[in-house]
Write a protein that binds this ligand. Structure first.
Ligand code: TYM
Length: 332
């Protein structure tokens, strides 16, 4: 039977070792939707091949990302957890939506501009139409809310434009999705260059804290984090390094910015950075332990993937046959 609750959908690319940006901006927030929403959380392996991947690594990271979803609190009994390429309806809908997406719209996507500059030798069509596949992911499930970090907001806006355009031509086809960005942690910055987003593909390991980094590495990276001139620990536009560390500390401890500024009043940057590292390591330790336990059980992960894909396909089929009918395709 179809679950009648509103729908939450999100996805993570298995394209690198996930960072605390992915965790705080997105994955950590997924479980809170499980009560009120019918939740689909997808490992988007097809998005990952828009840049070159080593096949064995992509396969390994697909299992790892699924294991992390569960280790971060997503119960496979309460959430549909699956892998994008196991549900071909995503790419099928993406083709149809391609025909309702404008070249100009895609040219304006900042992620495309960034990635095509970074991978200048491989500016492939998939990189360009990437946001259309993402729109298909979302629209396929008649999604109401999309929990994401702020860097993905522009892509959800594009999905909303596609819904507007499509529904105007073919009324009542898609639900209008709403991006949900966390109040704190929507944009975790690089520890080395705090005006830049923390990114899993950063070549400077000191710039990124990985969800699976061990305690020593986490504390070492925070100790090396770039701070700003002055010595005060407070949030300010001219203190991007300290502001980022306060945000991270706030997300891991649940303390407010005011509480943190009071707690570290008169404390030096060095001690503050160690405290941030410790809070991060402490909060991640149980996630890492559960992750390792899950990763050792491949058969279990495969059963989650299989059940998730079956369920997702069931929901996807409903939307797909509606779209086919609206567009004038012959449904057999
Ligand atoms: P991806 O794999 O780059 O990132 C996964 C999630 O992590 C968030 N995120 C961050 N949040 C805060 N600070 C950061 N530094 C940071 N870095 C990443 C991202 O915003 C994202 O929520 N295109 C998407 C994957 C995707 C998707 C979807 C998401 C495909 N289809 C449908 C939602 C709905 C992506 O590349 O995320």
């Amino acid at each position: 039977m179809l679950d009648q609750r509103p729908v939450s959908f999100s996805g993570v690319q298995p394209s690198g070792n996930l960072t605390i940006g992915n965790y705080l901006g997105a994955i950590k927030n997924f479980p809170e939707f499980s009560e009120k929403y019918k939740c689909f959380y997808c490992v988007v392996d097809q998005h990952a091949i828009t840049v070159r991947q080593v096949p064995a690594e992509l396969r390994r990271r697909t299992y790892e990302t699924l294991a992390l979803y569960i280790a971060c609190g997503l119960d496979p009994q309460k959430n549909t957890l699956y892998v994008q390429s196991h549900v071909p309806a995503h790419t099928e809908l993406a083709w149809m939506l391609n025909c309702f997406t404008m070249f100009g719209e895609l040219s304006r996507m900042t992620q495309f501009k960034d990635k095509s500059a970074r991978h200048a030798d491989n500016v492939n069509a998939g990189l360009f139409t990437y946001p259309v596949l993402m729109a298909a992911d979302i629209l396929l499930y008649q999604t109401d809310v999309v929990p994401i970090g702020s860097d993905q907001k522009q892509h959800v806006e594009l999905a909303r434009n596609i819904v507007d355009r499509f529904n105007q031509l073919y009324p009542d086809t898609f639900t209008m999705p709403e991006p949900i960005v966390p109040k704190a942690g929507a944009r975790i910055m690089s520890l080395a260059e705090p005006t830049k987003k923390m990114s899993k593909s950063d070549e400077n390991e000191n710039a990124v804290v990985r969800i699976l980094d061990d305690k020593d590495a986490i504390i070492r990276k925070f100790k090396r984090a770039v701070t700003d001139s002055g010595s005060e620990i407070r949030v300010a536009d001219d203190k991007p390094g300290v502001t980022n560390l306060i945000t991270i500390y706030s997300c891991f401890t649940g303390k407010s910015v005011e509480e943190i500024e009071r707690e570290f009043d008169g404390v030096g940057y060095g001690d503050f950075k160690i405290a941030v590292g410790q809070a991060c390591a402490e909060r991640l330790a149980p996630v890492q332990e559960e992750y390792r336990r899950l990763l050792a059980d491949k058969a279990y992960l495969e059963s989650v993937m299989k059940n998730g894909a079956d369920e997702a396909a069931y929901y996807a089929r409903k939307t797909l046959s509606k779209v086919r009918r609206k567009l004038g395709f012959v449904n057999l």
